[in-house]
Design a binder for this molecule. Sequence first.
Ligand code: ACO
Length: 259
Amino acid sequence: MSFVKVQVHGACGTIVINRPEKRNAISRNMLADLTQALGDLYLERRVRAVILTGAGTTFCAGMDLSEIHASQQENDSHRQWGEDSRQFLELITDLLQFPKPLIAAVAGPAVGGGAGLVLGCDLVIASPTANFGLPEPRRGIVAGIVAPLLAFRVGGGQAARLLLNSETIEAAEAHRIGVYHEIVAEDKNWARSVEVANQCARGAPEALQLTRRLLYETIAGQLETQLAAGAAASATARTTEAANEGISAFLEKREPKWK
Ligand code: ACO
C-alpha cells in the first residue's frame, strides 16, 4: 500500500494519505489503497474509531488531474471516467457505511475530492492552514459526488455558494459554516484528534454503528440516490471540451479559456 499508511494505537486506527509530492492527489491506485485500508480497519476488532489524515502540507488536493488528463487522450475515456466515478462513489459509500466513528484531522488544503473525504467523516479537527474548497468548475468539471454530501452537512445555501463560486475558504470560515468542528494549532491537531477518537471509542461499538446508520441511512434519507446521480454528473462532465481545457490549464499552470 504505497499511497496510504495505516497505524493502530490502542482503540484508534489511523489512515494517512501519503503522496505529499503531489499534494495527496487521489490516483486510481490510491483509491484502491484507501478502500483496502478502510476494509482492514473495519475488520480490526480492537479499533473502535479511525482518524483520516494527510501527509505533508496538504490534506488532499482531490482527484489526480494528470490521470484524468491522460484518459482524455485515450479511446475508451468515457468508460474510464464512468469507472473512476464509480470507484470514488464506492469509497465515499464505504466511509458512510463504516461501522466506527471517523475523524478527519485536516492540516493544509482539503479541496475537490479531498473535501469529499472530509465530508465523509463524522468529526473534523482542522488546523488554521486547512483551506476548504471545490475548484471543479475552474477545471471545467463538476463536484457531483461531493455536492450532495456538502448539502447534507451544511445545507443547500452554503453548498450552492461553495459549489458555484469555486472559492477556497479559510479554515475559520469552514468552521463558522459547520464543515469543521474544531480549529486547533497544527502541532496539537494530532493529539486532539486522538483524544476525540478515544472519546468516541468509549461508546459501545453496536451503539456507535447503529448511530451511524441512523445518521447516514435514515436521517440522510435520499443521500444514496443523490450520490449515484452525482457520480453520473461527474463522469459526464469529464467528457466535455470545458473539462479538457480546464484540466490542461491546471497542469500547464495557466488560466483556462472558456468558449
Ligand atoms: N492532481 C494532480 N496533480 C496535482 C494535483 C491534483 N489534483 N494537485 C496538485 N498536484 C501536483 C501539481 O501539479 C504539482 O506537480 P509538479 O510538482 O509536478 O508541478 C504538485 O502537485 C505540487 O502542486 P502545487 O500546486 O505546486 O502545490 P501548492 O502547495 O502550491 O498548492 C494546492 C496546493 C492548493 C492543493 C494546489 O496544488 C491545487 O490547487 N491543486 C489542485 C486542486 C484541484 O483542482 N482539485 C480538484 C481536482 S478535481 C476533483 O477532485 C473531482
